[in-house]
Design a binder for this molecule. Structure first.
Ligand code: SF4
Length: 335
């Protein structure tokens, strides 16, 4: 392991300055991904800035009736928070489908958004990987790519984002608040993560030194009609082959608002607003859900071992929308 300097930040400004001044410095909170990356020699920070003492651990009212989640709120605390369970059960379900209880007890909200792909070649420093070492190639293109992307990939990288929480946050249209050397800014969730393009080493649109301080949920939480469906190789502690966050607003059986976000299929949570719009003004019906699934997967490309994901995603979208249309908060209470 490489040697690094350890610094514990007392305030947000000090943390930002410490990382902004050193491109190889990293913030650390729960450490559930970064420590693995350091041990595997994938990340070689010269400086680690511990942010766990910063006052970013609260959940409280947000703007315009929403909810503001501090970046250091633990995944478990967020999933079981009464306001989240009542108003944003989609988020709660997504979080609880990820990782293990022990990891959720350590992992932070900001860290969940920053976790890196679980592409096995990314972790194997003996193989070429454009994300780990730009310009070396992509071992997954001609290798074992069963878990890899079917949407939005490039010839540089076909990795997927592993977060479940982020899929729900994409559907809910959360906003990410950050503080950096040039001040504060808010980033719409759709703009937070990146597609790989020709710079797959970049997972997000954060600038050097910017620290996530909070994630804000809008007032609309789709508590009545939602579903998080995760298809994976085993029942727990596994990353998604395909996941779907589906959220509907219904009036008398007619859809007035529809959101569908996909996980496990792209370098970022995948949404297509034109596909979602196909549902608006329609009555709840299987044929409409199938049209949305077809539209969402237009342009999906398999790489051999992951071809099956296209049909899997199609079926998962239809099933999740069916669950969302039928599910009420009373059903959840009976579970
Ligand atoms: Fe690296 Fe991306 Fe290729 Fe995986 S898919 S080997 S992360 S470049």
């Amino acid at each position: 392991m490489n040697r690094f300097a350890y610094l514990r930040a007392d305030d947000v400004g000090a943390a930002v300055r410490a990382v902004a001044a050193d491109p190889s410095a990293r913030f650390i909170a729960g450490g559930t991904n970064l420590v693995d990356l350091i041990k595997e020699n994938v990340e070689r920070p010269t400086r680690i800035v511990d942010i766990t003492r910063l006052p970013l651990g609260e959940i409280g009212p947000g703007e315009r009736g929403g909810l503001r989640i501090g970046a250091l709120v633990k995944n478990s605390d967020l999933a079981y928070h009464p306001e989240v369970e009542r108003r944003y059960p989609l988020l709660s379900r997504a979080i609880l489908s990820g990782a293990s209880a022990q990891l959720r007890n350590m992992a932070s909200t900001g860290g969940n958004l920053m976790q890196r792909t679980r592409c096995s070649y990314f972790y194997d420093t003996t193989t070429p990987c454009n994300k780990r070492e730009p310009g070396t190639g992509c071992a997954a293109l001609g290798g074992f790519n069963r878990m890899h992307a079917i949407l939005g990939a490039s010839e540089q990288c076909i990795a997927v984002n592993p977060s479940d929480m982020s899929v729900a946050l994409a559907a809910l249209e959360a906003v990410v608040h950050v503080t950096g050397p040039e001040g504060d800014r808010a980033i719409a969730f759709a703009e937070f993560h990146r597609l790989p393009g020709d710079a797959p080493q970049l997972d997000t649109n954060l600038r050097q030194g910017e620290l996530i301080t909070a994630v804000e949920l809008p007032a609309l939480g789709f508590a009545e009609h939602h579903a998080y469906l995760k298809i994976r190789d085993r029942a727990s502690y596994a990353f998604a082959l395909v996941s779907v966050a589906a959220a509907l607003e219904l009036q008398g059986g007619t859809v007035t608002e529809a959101r569908v976000a996909l996980g496990g299929v792209a370098h970022k949570p995948w949404r297509d607003r034109e596909a979602e719009a196909l549902l608006v003004g329609r009555r709840v019906a299987l044929e409409h859900f199938q049209r949305v699934a077809d539209a969402l997967l237009q342009g999906a490309v398999g790489r051999g071992a992951n071809d099956f994901k296209i049909e899997l995603a199609r079926r998962a979208i239809v099933r999740a929308l069916s669950h969302a249309a039928g599910r009420t908060s009373r059903d959840d209470a009976r579970r």
